[in-house]
Design a protein around this ligand. Sequence first.
Ligand SMILES: [Zn+2]
Length: 337
Amino acid sequence: MAIHISRRHFLATLGAAPIITGAALAEPPYTYSVQGKIAVSKLGPALIHEHVLVDFIGADKISPDRWRHDEVIRKVLPYLLEIKQRGIQTLVECTPAFIGRDVILLKKLSELSGLNILTNTGYYGASDNKYLPKWAFTETAEQLAARWITEFEKGIEGTGIRPGFIKTGVNNGKLSELHQKLIRAAALTHLKTGLTICSHTGPALPAREEIEILMQSGVHPSAFVWVHASGSAEELENVGQSGCWISLDGVNTENIGKHVEWISFLKNKRRLGQVLISHDAGWYRPGEPDGGAFRGFTTISDKLVPALKEHGFTDTDIHTLMVTNPAKAFAIRIRKR
Ligand SMILES: [Zn+2]
């Protein structure tokens, strides 16, 4: 079933606050790190989209014996200690299953570094479905959601480690039926678990379609993180009118100016409270000598934050970006429209 979304319809449904339900009302907001339940007030400064290890070999060939924990730890731990030293306390690890999610490895790195690390459930359809297991093509949204809900309720692959969010991904044009199904599965999982939905997306067009599917499924857009949000500042703001999270997660030394421009624009439009920032860095690559060229996670601390301050951002604004927004975005609670 194809969906048709007019811009008018998209905008007409925006603006209402989410209806929050469930036990979460009675206790302080929490999420799960790989070490267990944690109040989101304890997450501290967070990088919301990074990767420890990514294996691009494809869902049909991937296997955990393609990497060794001791070798990955030797390579990656110094990069985690480097951000810990800069005051970062939480790293949201966005590598989905079948691209290198290894929750035991993440738990070891969390214990060794002292960082909170969040992992995820869900399947990634971007890159033309290379990272989807074969049953993702044939099962219904309900069946896929049941698998993800089981990971939340029982833990991932027998480890007892729970996901802190849903990670999915779609191609960067109009959504295929398969990718619409992934988003419906994410919606069903959210309505059962309260996990926030992070979807690798890119441009505004597929983001609008994803938000429309979520709303049709009864999920409030504030449960959705528009991952790799890209486009003009106006497009970012326009999609942001839904109440979704705008994830500017590709910060590197080459694009500091662009990020200052985007974030300033969104601040002026009073949308700073929906902006998330990160590097999408890391990427130990199995199969390459010593895991290949690893990119560290320090550019935000060392370059972007000082640049934002030069452009009039206050300590409160920086706290919003690094602490308040991640805590709100990743709190586990069912958000209905
Ligand atoms: Zn990523």
